[in-house]
Design a protein around this ligand. Sequence first.
Ligand SMILES: NC(=O)c1ccc[n+]([C@@H]2O[C@H](COP(=O)([O-])OP(=O)(O)OC[C@H]3O[C@@H](n4cnc5c(N)ncnc54)[C@H](O)[C@@H]3O)[C@@H](O)[C@H]2O)c1
Length: 291
Amino acid sequence: MRLFSELIADQKQGSLAVEISGRVVVVTGAANGIGKALAERFAREGAAHVGVSDLDEAGAKAVAASIGANASGHRCDVSKEEDIRALVAATEMAAGKPVDIFVSNAGIADIDPDLSNAGSSPDPIWDRAWKVNVMSHVYAARAMIPGFKTRGEGWFVNVVSAAGLLTQVGSAVYSTTKHAALGFAESLAISHRDDGIRVSVICPQAVDTQMARAGNFAGADVDGILSPEQIADAAVEGVKAGKFMITPHEKVYEYFNNKAQAYDRWVGGMAKFRRSVWDALSKARSSLAAH
Ligand SMILES: NC(=O)c1ccc[n+]([C@@H]2O[C@H](COP(=O)([O-])OP(=O)(O)OC[C@H]3O[C@@H](n4cnc5c(N)ncnc54)[C@H](O)[C@@H]3O)[C@@H](O)[C@H]2O)c1
C-alpha cells in the first residue's frame, strides 16, 4: 500500500491555473473595502461580467456603475441562502451565461465584549458571525457545485483572514469563524478537485478598510497595513496561478509554518503578543463602547 505522504507528493500544481478573461464573476460584500477592490480588479482583468453585491444595494449599484456595462449591482444578504441563489440567478440573467467564479468576500468582525473573558460574546453575536463568515460559503457552494460539475470547471475564491490560520487577539468569534471558513474551503478543494473545481482562500492581516478602522483588529497591523487594492492584486495573481492559499502579507505564511512546527510554543508566543497589545485592545474596546 502507498503511503499517504507519497500520494500527497503526487499532486501536480501546473494544471490549476485560471484564465479570468471572459469569465463571469460574482463578488459579495463588494460595496466597500476589499470586495469593491476585487470587483474592480476582476473587471480590469477582462471578466465578461461582474455581479457586484452587498447588503448595501445602493453601494453595490454605484460600484457596478463605476465599473461600466460589464457589471451589475445587486442586494444580497450572504447570511440568507435564498439571497445567494437569487444573486447567482440575477447575475447570470445580466451576463447571459453562467457564473464561473464566486468570490465570497462579505464578512463581519466583533471584538470580545469582555477582553478578560474569551467566551464573553453573547449567542446572537456568535450566531450572526457563523452565518455571515461561514454559512455564506456553504450556501455559495450549494448554489454553484451542481453547475460547476456539469461544466467540468468553476472557481471559489473565499476571503478568509490571517485570523483563520493564526488568531486575532481579542476576538474569539472572528478567529473561530474564520478557522471554520478555512476548514470548509479545504473540504471544498479536496472534495471537488477531481470535478475540475478550484478553490483559493485569501488570508490577509490588516487591510485599510472600514472593518479595520472600526478598531476590531488591534495588533493585526504588526506587519503593516495593506490597501484593498494590494489585496485584490495579490488575490488575482494567486487565483490566476491556481494557488489555494494566498497570503498577501508575506509574514503570515512564515507564522503559520512556525505554528505547525511548534504549536505549544506558538500559543505561548501569542499570549505574550496579547500582553503587548493589551492597551491597544482596551482602547479599541472603550471606543466601541462609546459609539
Ligand atoms: N480589513 C481587514 O483588515 C481584513 C483582514 C483580513 C480579512 N478581512 C476580511 O475581508 C473581507 C472584507 O472585509 P473588509 O475589510 O473589506 O470589510 P468592510 O467592512 O470594509 O466591507 C465589508 C462589506 O461587506 C458588507 N456586508 C456585511 N455583512 C454583509 C452581509 N450579511 N451580506 C452581504 N454583505 C455584507 C458590508 O456592507 C460592506 O460593504 C471580510 O471577510 C473580512 O473578514 C479583512
